[in-house]
Design a protein around this ligand. Structure first.
Ligand code: ADP
Ligand code: MG
Length: 321
């Protein structure tokens, strides 16, 4: 099988590449053509996953396909954008038909659940790496930036945190999933491998949230980005941070809380919003939780129930550090 047969077989014919709303031309020409609805902007974001850095060399291909797309689409959700299309730059050590079939199926499963179509890409030989570029549409005046947080706004997260970070020893095979009771291992692995981009929430927050992002590097690190871009301080009440049940089961309260604060990969949204908008928001999205507030100052501050600062040893993951 040569490069073009591979593309044809595993990507052009895959379920995720069968067109979609606002895709005028998909895979096969020099460029794809996307239609951006009148008055909207094209939101674009890229994520790369490298074998041995972002996932273990023997990671299951289906799950990898799911996750590679989910982490990229999550950036569209964080902007309030509606997905249109994505491209896939894949570097493969060899042509392994079973692997490619499973990868393409995982990619398609996530693509269908997010309403996004594969419109092109690039296929090369080398150490396994996956680059996904997503494109969507968003009204530019309402797009959810990191820079709009206002003193007095509340700080919210879209759901429980810490499960994906708690899953890492399982993903790396350092802990045997059969040693765990109930469906704890299943829940943790699902959080890691198939995070659900918060697209509906992101779109709902257009014109409502003053700032937003998706939590990829850890709550504290990512809230730091909003604080810096908005020139404010985000104060987090530690007791209000929703810790994922499966992480609590596996690790106990203290270590699970560390995962929720500093672990990454959950892809929930963190956002700031006027206090008056929260009640109605929570009616539509019951898992949204208020975890703190925006105050004047800089950086991120974690406080106890008495408002006393709690020192945080680990803040989040950074390449090259
Ligand atoms: P070019 O040489 O013009 O860059 P290629 O020969 O690399 O084009 O690719 C041919 C077509 O197949 C293009 O439309 C490209 O977008 C698409 N393509 C290549 N690799 C992939 C892939 N992994 N997934 C989806 N589409 C791909
Ligand atoms: Mg090319």
């Amino acid at each position: 099988m040569n490069e073009f047969e591979l593309i044809q077989h595993f990507f052009t014919r895959s379920a995720c590449a069968q067109g979609g709303e606002n895709i005028s031309l998909g895979i096969g020409d020099d460029c794809a053509l996307l239609q951006i609805p009148a008055g909207q902007s094209c939101a674009v974001s890229t994520d790369t996953l490298v074998s041995g850095i972002h996932f273990p060399d023997n990671a299951p291909a289906f799950l990898l396909g799911q996750r590679a797309l989910a982490v990229a689409v999550s950036d569209l959700a964080a902007m309030g954008a509606t997905p249109i299309g994505f491209t896939l730059a894949i570097t493969l050590p060899q042509i392994d038909a079973d692997w490619l079939q499973a990868f393409s199926a995982g990619l398609s499963a996530m693509a269908l659940s997010c309403g996004i179509g594969l419109v092109g890409g690039d296929t090369t030989r080398g150490p396994l790496a996956i680059g996904v570029t997503v494109m969507g549409a968003v009204p530019p005046q309402q797009a959810l930036l990191r820079s709009g947080a206002q003193v007095g706004d509340l700080l919210c997260v879209s759901g429980p945190l810490g499960a994906a970070a708690a899953a890492v020893p399982l993903v790396l095979g350092q802990v045997d999933e059969h040693s765990m009771t109930g469906d704890t291992a299943e829940q943790l692995l699902a959080a890691y491998w198939s995070p659900q981009p918060q697209l509906k929430l992101g779109q709902y927050l257009l014109g409502q949230a003053s700032a937003a992002l998706d939590i990829s590097d850890g709550l504290l690190a990512d809230c730091g980005h909003i604080a810096k871009a908005s020139h404010v301080c985000l104060q987090i009440q530690q007791a209000q941070v929703p810790v994922a049940e499966a992480a609590l089961q596996l690790l106990g309260e203290s270590a699970a809380l560390q995962c929720a604060l500093s672990g990454g990969d959950d892809y929930q949204l963190a956002f700031t919003i006027a206090a008056s908008a929260v009640a109605q928001l929570q009616q539509h999205f019951p898992s949204v939780q208020v975890i703190g507030q925006v105050i004047s100052g800089t950086g991120v501050q974690v406080v106890d129930n008495n408002g006393q600062p709690i020192q945080q040893p680990h803040r989040g993951y950074q390449h090259f550090e």
